[in-house]
Design a protein around this ligand. Structure first.
Ligand SMILES: [Zn+2]
Length: 280
């Protein structure tokens, strides 16, 4: 489990590792000035989704939560992790998908953003297509390989700086090949690890980097109630929650969602996709 463990912990929610320990720089752009007239990205994505203006020096902008919003909105995001070298494990029966989670989100009518790796879309093209054609969801980019864009990053192997843009665009290509349509130009760094070099390298891809302010702790969790408690304690208006859509390594996420959703609705929260949170 070592490699897989590193990969999932690399999503920033494993082992209780505080995200601040990653020594990532502050967001390149502190202001949320969503541009509703975002042009199609270099990756050929639809133009409908709002994006942030580029940061200083043209760096890829970074979004963490909707600041100073008084609206009780919250975005649940699910990282559909599969690393480039995990094909043999999938062939042996390990499940990196989580159809029950997607089914529950549909049943509960919860809009959500799925940060999918290109490798995941190749392994589960029917699900990528189904998620990517359901207006309840949007697919965002979690890289093709799920390798690190700066090191160290939870033991993930590193992507060369020259290969970063290609890795991101290869994931967009995988989504298109699967037949997904609701693809948005947002990118989540594997492990949430990034630096200015990575933000610079991805500038031509014209993506908005999306982090989070609430760590669910669902990676390798055994207790769905503990995950739900952590999310319920952390959510504020405008929050962005990171969870996983990877059954073998985040087995209680669906169970947690079934508690999180009604309790947050009871508190008056409305679930939105990241694209809507960016507009608020
Ligand atoms: Zn991840």
């Amino acid at each position: 489990m070592a490699v897989f463990g590193a990969a999932l912990a690399g999503c920033g929610s494993g082992g209780g590792e505080p995200r601040g320990s990653l020594a990532a720089p502050p967001p390149a752009s502190a202001s949320v000035s969503a541009s509703a007239s975002a042009s199609a990205s270099a990756a050929g994505q639809p133009a409908a989704a709002p994006t942030l203006a580029a940061g200083p020096g043209g760096l890829t902008p970074v979004f963490e939560r909707a600041p100073a919003t008084r609206a009780k909105t919250v975005a649940l995001t699910f990282d559909a992790d599969m690393t480039a070298d995990q094909g043999p494990r999938a062939a042996r029966g390990e499940r990196f998908d989580n159809p029950a989670l997607i089914a529950s989100l549909r049943r509960l009518k919860v809009p959500a953003t799925v940060f999918m790796t290109g490798r995941w879309a190749e392994e589960y093209p029917d699900q990528a297509r189904s998620i990517g054609r359901d207006p309840l969801f949007e697919i965002a980019n979690h890289s093709y390989s799920h390798h690190a864009f700066t090191s160290p990053c939870y033991g993930l192997p590193a992507v060369d700086r020259q290969a970063m843009r290609t890795d991101v665009e290869r994931a967009f290509t995988a989504f298109r090949k699967a037949g997904a349509r609701n693809v948005v130009p947002y990118f989540r760094f594997p492990g949430g690890c990034y630096d200015d070099e990575a933000l610079r390298a991805l500038a031509p891809a014209k993506v908005t980097a999306v982090q989070w302010d609430v760590v669910s702790g669902d990676a390798f969790a055994r207790d769905g109630d503990a995950v739900a408690d952590q999310v319920l304690a952390g959510v504020r208006p405008g929050s962005l929650v990171v969870m996983h859509c990877t059954r073998s390594a985040a087995p209680v996420t669906e169970q947690a969602v079934r508690r999180i959703v009604p309790e947050l609705r009871e508190r008056g929260y409305r679930f939105v996709k990241v694209s809507e949170l960016l507009k608020s």
